[in-house]
Design a protein around this ligand. Structure first.
Ligand code: DX5
Ligand code: ZN
Length: 226
């Protein structure tokens, strides 16, 4: 049986000098998470388009681009052209979120919206019917290896309720401080795409962590249904 849970290892925590090998080590993951940071929307600088294109060449997984930039309206095409399969833009940064979502769809790319930990879930009411994915940040974006914010659980439950109200079922992704210790509870609260950087790439066998994260979240999800 294929799991309803997907895992998206964040290459921010990979070994950049051996990125190809690190990607091969997580070949059982459904997605690869690429954090684009502009040094302005977040206080850090990371990857741009050449890296997205390189990742696309090396993996069969969906290339999941998380844009932490001030001007997604102007730059989203760069990442589409580089081979992204899914692009998530921050609610806090987008000027015309509906315009971006429509544009992504018109170019055959999945569209996601991201909310920071201090952005109310209720702002999503307006876009929930149109997006393929909602990314709930469980840390303030900018850096890997941060501590998971516990309020994320209740925010996920609130999001699931909002989805039910709208009869809309986007994927629900969570990003920041995800590990084997919270994966089960995240599944129970409705998350079905787990981003994990340090938990995966700091491990001796990254593919085992990918599998365990997926299995734990699936147990949580099944418990919720039961
Ligand atoms: C944070 C990034 C995350 C980060 C997660 O701004 O969006 O994707 O890589 O790293 P971990 O899993 O180490 O918290
Ligand atoms: Zn991210």
């Amino acid at each position: 049986m294929t799991s309803l849970i997907k895992v998206s290892p964040s290459i921010l925590a990979a070994d950049f000098l051996n990125l190809g090998e690190d990607l091969d080590r997580v070949s059982n993951a459904e997605m690869i998470h690429v954090d684009v940071m502009d040094g302005h929307f977040v206080p850090n600088l990371s990857f741009g388009t050449p890296l997205v294109a390189a990742v696309k060449q090396r993996t069969r997984a969906l290339v999941d681009v998380h844009m932490m930039v001030t001007n997604p309206d102007e730059t989203v095409d760069w990442y589409i052209d580089s081979g992204a399969d899914l692009i998530s833009v921050h609610y806090e940064a987008a000027r015309d979120l509906h315009g971006i979502i429509n544009h992504l769809h018109s170019r055959g790319v999945l569209a996601g919206v991201v909310i920071n930990p201090d952005t109310p879930v209720s702002v999503l009411a307006d876009v929930i019917d149109d997006v393929d994915l909602v990314l709930v940040m469980s840390v303030y974006p900018g850096f890997g290896g941060q501590h998971f914010i516990e309020e994320t659980y209740s925010r996920l439950r609130e999001l699931v309720a909002l989805c039910d109200e709208h009869d809309a079922y986007p994927m629900i992704e969570v990003d920041g401080g995800v590990s084997l210790s919270n994966a089960r509870e995240l599944g129970a609260c409705g998350a079905n795409v787990l981003v994990a950087g340090s938990a995966v790439f700091n491990a001796h066998e990254p593919s085992m962590i990918v599998r365990e994260l997926r299995d734990l979240a699936a147990i949580g999800l099944n418990g919720r249904k039961g």
